[in-house]
Design a protein around this ligand. Structure first.
Ligand code: COA
Length: 233
């Protein structure tokens, strides 16, 4: 029988195989190993003995006001084991993990076309406000020179199973003008170059995408449209 349990170091190759099968992508083994021991994240597998059928990865972030969020970041069940609500059980395990205890909410960004994932998160108690966001990323840039930026855009470093990134929050807020947007993105691109991170990214509202400077939109890679699904913990 397939059971849900915390991942161990021995599960890393199994998680890697699920990620390859699902997204044709490699994992970052060091991050995966670290997530089996980390105090600010949770990594669970659905497994029969050592045979990993699926996994979920969640970690903590903190917004500019100090509010903690439990980011349910990656979820997958290999096709041969789907249809048994293992995804829902994995999400519920991640959300009831003791390391999420002082965190008021969990959230997940789900692609607008991913009906199976939307249903899975709804079955686990998540709800969406329906607002659509575009995920944009920028590459590292080493040649920006010194940048002085002390504005209100928040930079959040994240180590996920598939990339090391720097999330930008508040980039298209009403109090952030295009000059400040440019400075924030420029600084983020410098930091990720310096720290060897893969990208910096932002979720920007699809309605209101004009609020982002056109040159920043042109320089970004667009990864599709997502909705936030949120649940109280
Ligand atoms: C999301 C995922 C983990 C769910 O797998 P699962 O737990 O086996 O899900 P189940 O097959 O038990 O189905 C859960 C629900 O989704 C529905 N569903 C499953 N596949 C579907 C599809 N292709 N289209 C529409 N609905 C689908 C089921 O009917 C069920 O709905 P219900 O609650 O109304 O009965 C799995 O589809 C997956 O690994 N997808 C690829 C990776 C992914 O998209 N991950 C999430 C984003 S990080």
């Amino acid at each position: 029988m397939i059971a849900i349990r915390k991942a161990t170091l021995a599960d890393v190759p199994g998680i890697e195989a699920v990620v390859r099968e699902t997204w044709k992508q490699d994992i970052l083994p060091d991050v995966c190993k670290a997530q089996t021991r980390c105090q600010a994240c949770a990594l669970y597998v659905a497994a029969k003995g050592d045979d990993v059928a699926g996994f979920v990865s969640a970690f903590l972030t903190v917004d500019k006001d100090g509010k903690r969020r439990w980011e349910v970041d990656l979820l997958a069940v290999r096709p041969a084991s789907q249809g048994q609500r293992l995804g829902q059980q994995l999400v519920e395990a991640a959300c009831t993990d003791e390391r999420a205890r002082d965190t008021p909410l969990a959230r997940a960004a789900i692609h607008v076309d991913n009906v199976a994932s939307q249903k899975t998160f709804e079955n686990a108690g998540f709800k969406t406000d329906g607002e659509i966001h575009r995920l944009l990323t920028w590459t590292p840039a080493q040649d920006n020179g010194p940048i002085v930026y002390g504005g209100s855009v928040t930079l959040i470093p994240v180590d996920t199973l598939t990339y090391r990134g720097l999330w930008l929050e508040g980039l298209t807020a009403y109090n952030v003008d295009v000059e400040e947007q440019r400075k924030a993105v420029m600084m983020a691109r410098s930091i990720i170059a310096w720290e060897g991170r893969h990208n910096t990214g932002a979720m920007t509202p699809a309605i209101g995408s004009h609020r982002l400077a056109a040159d920043l939109r042109d320089a970004a890679e667009m990864h599709g449209e997502y909705r936030w699904f949120v649940r109280s913990l």
